[in-house]
Design a protein around this ligand. Sequence first.
Ligand SMILES: Cc1cc2nc3c(=O)[nH]c(=O)nc-3n(C[C@H](O)[C@H](O)[C@H](O)COP(=O)(O)O)c2cc1C
Length: 175
Amino acid sequence: MDFIELAKKRFSVRGYLDKDVDDSLVMEILEAARWAPSACNNQPWSFIVIRSAEFKLRLQAVYNRTWFLSAPVIIAVCCDRSQSWKRADGKDYGDVDIAIAMDHLTLAAAEKGLGTCWIGSFKYRETCEALKLPENIDPVALTPLGYSSMKEPVKARKELSQIIHWNYFGGKKEA
Ligand SMILES: Cc1cc2nc3c(=O)[nH]c(=O)nc-3n(C[C@H](O)[C@H](O)[C@H](O)COP(=O)(O)O)c2cc1C
């Protein structure tokens, strides 16, 4: 599968089959995330793989959707704020690093026929507590991981002409 095909194939899966995902597949997907670039190569990420009924129950309080909890695996992607690179003006690039790792993860999963869904609207404090996170470890994204029970949706994206500017914001392509 070439890259554009894979990028189009991935979609947010909000329905999962009652079918386990082998740990070897989970590890292959996390291996793809491990190779993501990060600012100054600081690699400030941690991946928490949640499989146990006890910890899934804890996650019910942070994002209470049946489809989320029904996936065999949930992965929390966290940023170590003591390791993430900060620009001179103070901007913390940790979220960017995590987003790139997440994208590697979701695309690698799609390539293996598995579904994921970025979850950003989880309850923050409850997540830190549920996953026993130390002070410097900041949860940025959660995703279920499993075999999709959904039909591939028709995806909508803006046209290239709406999002590309030439030379300056609003600039048109020279003839
Ligand atoms: C940063 C981020 C946060 C998101 N948070 C949620 C979420 O909390 N719940 C959810 O169901 N989908 C969430 N999504 C999924 C988006 O709704 C989805 O990616 C978007 O609608 C495009 O659809 P597609 O992923 O199927 O291409 C999130 C996506 C991103 C990138």
